[in-house]
Design a protein around this ligand. Sequence first.
Ligand code: ARG
Length: 251
Amino acid sequence: MKNALVALTTLALLASSAQARTWDAIKQSGTIKIATEGAFPPFNFFKGKTLTGFEVDLGTAIGKGLGLKVEWVTQPFDNLLIGLNQDRYDFVIASHGITPERQKAVDFSNPHYCTGGALVSKVGGPKMVADLKGRAVAVQVGTTYLENVQKVAGIGKVSTFPKDTDAQAALMAGRVDVWVGDKFSALDVVKAQKGKLQLGDLLFQERIAMAVKKGNASLLKELNSGLATELSNGTYTKLSQQYFAQDIRCK
Ligand code: ARG
């Protein structure tokens, strides 16, 4: 908890006085620079050398829909909002839940999906939040999973990993009792492990959004309108069905 708070304070302080690119500047250049992690399937990940996933396809659709060329940048998850505040790209789409702490550092768009943090364990392991007492848990660092797991009274050792897939691997290796991750990612992981894993309770729910540098109102307005377009023109529906076989928009 202390570490997470220190990181966020640093983040707020790092908000540079340099000017983020306004919508006019981006439009004039003809290219928008979007950042993601590239290690969070099925939202953003590499298939061989190709960056892909629900958020990558959606971000590309939004950029193109706004009449721009799209350039992707990948960064470790924990660096994404820091790089945003250093003007290294125009916006971030990497499954960030809207939280009051993050809102101090960046501005969020309207949500592009709604989800929750789910418990996953080996068959026979803890399934309910009430079973977490004294249990060892793995989560990705800098995430809302970490923040929420730390709030569970009597929780055992919480191990953090740079990548969510490393936290999953710790569960598979038996080094922890539970992995807490996104419920849609969890559905895929449980399925891929063919009967070895089970999906448990949702620990919390969250709204996921794109982030722009704090104060970049002109870009935020265009992103919200671009998202609204894709939500209504069939593109979002198609992508959501393709990746999740259901519509994951916030209801
Ligand atoms: N939704 C969680 C959060 O807001 C996890 C996001 C992780 N994203 C990623 N690209 N690894 O912290």
